[in-house]
Write a protein that binds this ligand. Structure first.
Ligand code: AP5
Length: 203
């Protein structure tokens, strides 16, 4: 029996949004989850940093906003995600990290997935205190090349943007009963176990 629908996508895909404020551990946990569950990792932050590294026009424009802790325009990131979905027709499922970040992005994602006859299964949202977020990001800023981690004001602006524009995205998925909030503090392995527990009950 074929597991592919008429768009070529697998009919039993598992699509997950890993959600949470900057520094909540989305990237760290994504790396482990994609290995365990065979998902394709789609991080808009990583895609944008790749554009910056290649010094594309899009990357240079995005960098100006990212360095201030502001969001890149919706149409830019939606276009990137649309291309990435098209480029991975054989994926067993997608792990969205750092996307969607606005209501417009969430609605666009639902439409894009609908076109592929699939949808979001669950949003797992990591909860971490603001002081722990700042501590983690400043610590990473000591050694990483991420310019948005070096300045505490920029870090706090990223967190403020999360509260003003992004947190409401969880409310959007709550209306479909797809959100599970999880404690994002503790060791990386403890948090990974919590995430796996939730995923396993939904597979
Ligand atoms: P993005 O790249 O998405 O970054 P972010 O949301 O700011 O998140 P981070 O990568 O900083 O944190 P994370 O939650 O992934 O945590 P991580 O695992 O890295 O976005 C960057 C910018 O790009 C945005 O500001 C915006 O300008 C733009 N952008 C991206 N997507 C966009 C979109 N959809 N729309 C518009 N604009 C967009 O961990 C952080 C640190 O903590 C690491 O050093 C890690 O080692 C450490 N750590 C992780 N877990 C633990 C733990 N349990 N205990 C202690 N330390 C831990």
């Amino acid at each position: 029996m074929s597991l592919h629908n008429y768009n070529g996508y697998q009919s039993n895909m598992f699509n997950l949004i890993l959600f949470g404020p900057p520094g909540s551990g989305k990237g760290t946990q994504s790396e482990k989850l994609i290995v365990k569950y065979g998902l394709k990792h789609l991080s808009t932050g990583d895609l944008l940093r790749s554009e910056i590294a290649q010094q594309t026009a899009l990357g240079m424009e995005a960098k100006k906003l990212m360095d201030k802790g502001q969001l890149v325009p919706d149409e830019v990131v939606i276009g990137m995600i649309s291309s990435a979905l098209d480029a991975n027709p054989l994926a067993r499922g997608f792990l969205f990290d750092g996307f969607p970040r606005t209501a417009a992005q969430a609605e666009a994602l639902d439409k894009l997935l609908d076109l592929k006859n699939t949808s979001i299964n669950v949003m797992l949202a990591l909860e971490v205190s603001e002081e722990e977020l700042v501590r983690r990001l400043l610590k990473r800023g000591e050694t990483s090349d991420r310019s948005d981690d070096t300045n505490e004001n920029v870090i706090r602006e990223r967190i403020a943007v999360y509260h003003s524009k992004t947190a409401a995205v969880a409310d959007y998925y709550k209306t479909f009963d797809k959100v599970m909030m999880l404690k994002g503090e503790g060791t990386v392995d403890e948090i990974f176990a919590r995430l796996c527990n939730e995923i396993n009950t939904r597979l």
